[in-house]
Design a protein around this ligand. Structure first.
Ligand SMILES: O=C(O)CCC(=O)C(=O)O
Ligand SMILES: [Fe+2]
Length: 205
């Protein structure tokens, strides 16, 4: 389906079919699919997103203080144009592969920019919406510097770790958002910027 598409780059291997993603079943009905180096042209995509996305800082109330969220954000709701055609193609490919299992399409895209190792996301599940109650999927495309994604069962138990590298895809599925938490920890090493693109169905945040 990518023939002649924007994801094709003559100088690189073509995009890997999503059927090559490896599924790991986790406890409590959660699973992750991982497909390293999913998209070609990741360098150019990173550069375009880094410069053209209207990145915003956010602050959140934490107990009695207001603190800056340690990353920059940009959210593309359904019905709004994605910031890059490669993201439209990525979403279409994800829907072609996952929509039947998911029961609905991915519709929104949340983008995060981790400027360096001090940026992070704390332990959480995507439970603002339906992910708190129902099985769902969150598909994350990473570009830029590799960072660790940690996952741990909410009820306690050891964490698992996956390095998310340039062009990699991870899909969290099943009960993952309500029975597991995930985090991108800060890194004390010198790391360059990373952009993550999270595709979610309607009503999942
Ligand atoms: O940056 C990532 O890969 C994870 C981001 C995340 O968990 C979120 O925005 O909910
Ligand atoms: Fe998340």
């Amino acid at each position: 389906m990518f023939q002649g598409s924007l994801l094709d780059r003559a100088d690189e291997a073509g995009p890997r079919p999503l059927s090559e993603a490896r599924r790991t079943r986790l406890a409590h009905g959660a699973w992750i699919d991982v497909l390293p180096a999913w998209i070609p042209g990741a360098d150019a995509l990173f550069e375009r997103l880094h410069t053209s996305v209207p990145w915003r800082g956010e602050s959140r109330r934490m107990y009695d203080r207001v603190v800056d969220v340690p990353r920059l954000l940009s959210f593309y709701n359904e019905g709004t144009e994605l910031p890059d055609p490669v993201l439209d193609e990525a979403k279409a490919a994800l829907n072609a592969h996952y929509e039947e299992e998911l029961g609905e399409p991915f519709r929104t895209a949340g983008l995060c920019l981790y400027r360096d190792g001090r940026d992070s996301v704390a332990w959480h599940g995507d439970r603002i919406g339906r992910g708190a109650r129902a099985d769902t999927m969150v598909a994350i495309l990473s570009v830029g510097a590799p960072r660790q994604l940690l996952l741990r069962p909410r009820g306690g138990g050891p964490a698992i770790k996956r390095e998310l590298g340039h062009g990699d895809l991870i899909v969290m599925g099943g009960s993952c958002q309500r029975t597991w938490d995930h985090a991108i920890p800060k890194s004390t090493r010198a790391v360059g910027p990373r952009i993550s693109i999270q595709f979610r169905p309607r009503g999942v945040r």
